[in-house]
Design a protein around this ligand. Structure first.
Ligand code: AMP
Length: 584
């Protein structure tokens, strides 16, 4: 029997769990609904409550309720919940644990493995934090999957025609856009962009600010001074916002919003749309950047797919229609499509037969810091890219650096994520020191290798070229003692009543079946080689070499079509050898 691996969409506002049953994704009901609010609370007796029950007490007990914790993932903070304090990982683990319990009840069997989705634009820390949350919930996270990729996978699984599509994913707290090509059931992400702090929550905030201003003008009372009132406003105005998607205006009335006055407010949809236009323009900037990265024009996109609850806002569709010239679609329920894609990926990893294969990319550039020699007499510390953004995963790339002064006995290797030229424009994800270098003049070559796995997690190796002295470090927030895992396990177990496994998180790239992962890796290599081959064909090379490249690319395309991964690996090797001789 195949291992049961579930797919989980751990959302800012809502979360869902899905499995593959009879070859089809099925979303599991939690308390009668496929969608569970990502809300965690403590009831008056101090008992943990999760989901709708917790959301119900949001207004009455804001100090004992937490919503939108996903926005804080990857931060080294503690958030108060009642008289206790928890890390974002711990809070998220309560959500995951609740989904796990619902799944176990429904399926009548234990669940211990999951694919969990994250925004494509989540950085290394945010991904690690998600993995740790899964572990605290008693789940081995076999894959961290990008949300738009999951959506594309769910969509691609039901597709028979080849298409280039734009997946526009606007949820409660995050925004992602990806350009995805579905070709012979291979779902290939060409480029991704996004903003991990932009979503429906911000639209709620726009309305809260609007209501506070209006109330101040009418009654000379500042509602923003009271946290409980702000929570109340948020709940009422989020509801109003959703109604505005279907109605041209709405009247909001909330009795005694302060001790003397009711809140009475009319909101016109046009006014609301005007207020959120600046935020939507930010999403469109990301759309343009991702199309630029994918080297595509709007008329080369066949379909715009909408994912995430906030895309129900009519102006989102209208703007995309105006800018892309295409009618965006919700072909699959935008609230469930990500969980369904996660379940499909989980099924593939568990070895279930499925015709979709995924090639994912990294949406971020990974670089290391070094001294730039091109800044006159005063060398400047800059970030030198090693893995450029939009590189297919998994990938391994190396660059050569050199020591700066004579007899330099050590180097510090830093890894950054981001597109900036300077270190402080990027996110530092880890560093380490290599000591005991040979005593030689300046210029001692050091090879720095970055290996990025299918979960988007990074392993860095620095090697002194002349001696082979090497050090490898997996960039892991746990190695920096950001979170005391043992303590976190105890905190979580105390509230969920279930012991979390004491073993450290297994390597998230470990699969129960080698084949699908192997297929993905071989496909990614094939894609990379094809691009390099095509670049060479555009240059002035001999007819004989060009023919050989074309023939190997043809072989590789045939192998992909026939899903013969061994044959693909062989043509990859042949093409790689040929390119080695032909490239500069
Ligand atoms: P998700 O993270 O995909 O669950 O999306 C949640 C976000 O979608 C929240 O900010 C919701 O308020 C928002 N949302 C849900 N339904 C609607 C709707 N009908 N119109 C506008 N926004 C909505």
């Amino acid at each position: 029997m195949n291992d049961l691996i579930v797919g989980i969409d751990l959302g800012t506002t809502n979360s869902e769990l899905a499995i593959i049953q009879d070859g089809q994704p099925r979303v599991i009901q939690v308390n009668g609904s496929p969608i569970m609010p990502s809300c965690v609370g403590l009831d008056p007796s101090g008992k943990l409550i999760v989901g709708q029950t917790a959301k119900n007490q949001l207004v009455a007990a804001p100090e004992s309720t937490i919503l939108s914790i996903k926005r804080r993932m990857g931060e080294t903070i503690k958030v108060p919940l009642g008289d206790k304090q928890f890390s974002p990982e711990e809070i998220s683990s309560f959500i995951l644990h609740e989904l796990k319990l619902a799944g176990e009840r429904e399926l009548g069997q234990p669940i211990s493995k999951a694919v969990i989705t994250v925004p494509a634009f989540f950085n290394e820390r945010q991904r690690k934090a998600t993995q740790v949350a899964g572990e605290l919930a008693g789940l081995e996270v076999v894959r961290i999957l990008n949300e738009p990729t999951a959506a594309a996978l769910a969509y691609g699984a039901s597709q028979t025609v080849d298409e280039t599509m734009l997946v526009y994913d606007l949820g409660g707290g995050t925004f992602d856009v990806s350009v995805v090509v579905v070709e012979q059931s291979v779902v290939e992400v060409k480029a991704s962009h996004g903003d991990t702090h932009l979503g429906g929550d911000d639209f709620d905030q726009v309305l809260v600010d609007f209501a506070v201003r209006d109330f101040q003008q009418r009654h000379k009372v500042d509602l923003s001074l009271d946290t409980k009132t702000l929570r109340r406003l948020k709940v009422v105005l989020e509801h109003a916002k959703c109604r505005l998607s279907d109605e041209p205006y709405i009247n909001v009335r909330e009795e005694y919003i302060d001790s003397q006055h009711h809140l009475e407010l009319e909101i016109m949809r046009d006014d609301y749309e005007h207020l959120i236009l600046g935020l939507l323009e930010k999403t469109l900037d990301c759309v343009h950047k991702s199309m630029e990265d994918a080297k595509l024009l709007p008329n080369q996109i066949d379909k715009v797919m909408l994912v995430g609850g906030a895309t129900r806002t009519p102006v989102v569709r209208r703007l995309l229609q105006e800018r892309m010239g295409l009618d965006p679609r919700f072909e699959i329920n935008p609230d469930l499509i990500v969980a369904m894609g996660a379940a499909i990926q989980a099924g593939i990893i568990a070895g279930q037969k499925h015709h979709s294969i995924l090639v994912d990319i990294t949406p971020h550039t990974f670089s290391t810091s070094c001294l730039s020699s091109s800044h006159g007499d005063w060398p400047q510390v800059i970030c030198a890219p090693i893995i450029p953004r939009n590189t297919p995963l998994p990938t391994s790339k190396s660059e050569l650096f050199a020591t700066h002064y004579d007899n330099q006995s050590e180097v510090v290797v830093e890894a950054y994520q981001g597109e900036g030229l300077l270190p402080d424009q990027n996110v530092l994800i880890g560093d380490f020191r290599v000591e005991g270098l040979a005593k030689v003049p300046a210029g001692n070559p050091i090879v720095v290798n970055f290996a990025l796995d299918l979960n988007g997690m990074l392993k860095v190796t620095a090697t002194e070229k002349s001696t082979g002295l090497a050090k490898t470090v997996t960039m892991d927030i746990r190695s920096k003692n950001v979170l005391d895992l043992e303590q976190a396990r105890r905190n979580v177990a105390a509230l969920t009543g279930e012991p979390s496994p004491a073993t450290p998180a297994s390597n998230a790239s470990s699969n129960t079946t080698a084949d699908p992962a192997q297929a993905e890796a071989v496909l990614a290599t094939a894609k990379n080689l094809r691009q390099r081959g095509e670049a060479l064909l555009a240059k002035n090379i001999s007819a004989e070499d060009a023919n050989e490249i074309r023939s190997l690319i043809h072989q590789s395309t045939e192998s992909i079509k026939n899903r013969t991964w061994d044959a693909l690996a062989i043509s990859n090797q042949a093409l790689s050898d040929l390119l080695f001789y032909l490239e500069d």
